[in-house]
Design a protein around this ligand. Structure first.
Ligand code: FNR
Length: 196
């Protein structure tokens, strides 16, 4: 079974370390994790959430429709999140909220979180994503927890583009992807067994 992972970066910066983690994950899956494919889902074009933009028939603006379709089509999720003021970034929360509008497109699938951030490595943002996931019915893998202290030397990301250069973080990312794959497969196989 090939599982498609919708990967979302909570940072819109061109040289974002979090987007760099998604690129590294995508390449790793291509090269050496059979059965897992990463699709980077860009959230930069989503309007700020405003339910006035929804039509009476349950329609959404085109960028939101396209985003929701990608989320719905995914087998599982990878979030790469910066920490902003001890929490989730505004762009990521906006994307989570658009996907939650009825019908919720996040539900009943596995997710994994990685964060690149300042001092804490983004742990507080990760726990806030987990909290939001309770209501959205995203089931997160618990371990390994990957908190990347992006700005501590030695450099973990290439300063120009935000490409991951640290071999230890790369290994942690691999462990996380393998855990996501195993957990997502368990959820999907459980569902299939239940429907017999
Ligand atoms: C931050 N940063 C930050 N870091 C952290 O560890 N805890 C925090 O509470 C905050 N707060 C915060 C607020 C705002 C508004 C900004 C812009 C930044 C630092 C931030 O997480 C760090 O620069 C990350 O590297 C940003 O991720 P990208 O853009 O490199 O993916």
């Amino acid at each position: 079974t090939t599982l498609r992972v919708a990967a979302i970066s909570g940072s819109l910066r061109r040289a974002s370390a979090n987007t760099g983690l998604i690129r590294a994950a995508a390449k790793m899956c291509e090269d050496s994790i059979p059965g897992l494919v990463i699709d980077h889902v860009d959230i930069a074009d989503l309007p700020l959430l405003n339910t006035d933009l929804e039509t009476a028939g349950g329609g959404f603006p085109a960028a939101v429709e396209a985003f929701r379709a990608k989320v719905l089509a995914a087998d599982c999720f990878l979030f790469a999140s910066p920490e902003y003021n001890y929490s989730i970034s505004g762009p990521l929360k906006n994307a989570l909220d658009w996907g939650s509008r009825p019908p919720n497109v996040w539900g009943d699938r596995a997710g994994a979180i990685v964060s690149a951030s300042g001092g804490s490595g983004g742990s507080r943002s990760q726990y806030h994503i987990r909290q939001v996931g309770v209501f959205l019915d995203i089931h997160f893998v618990s371990k390994p927890e990957v908190f990347v202290k992006a700005h501590q030397p030695p450099a973990k990301f290439d300063a120009r583009d935000g490409d991951l250069v640290d071999p230890e973080i790369r290994e942690q990312l691999r462990e996380l992807l393998l855990a996501l794959q195993a957990f997502a497969l368990r959820l999907i196989q459980g569902k299939l067994a239940g429907s017999d």
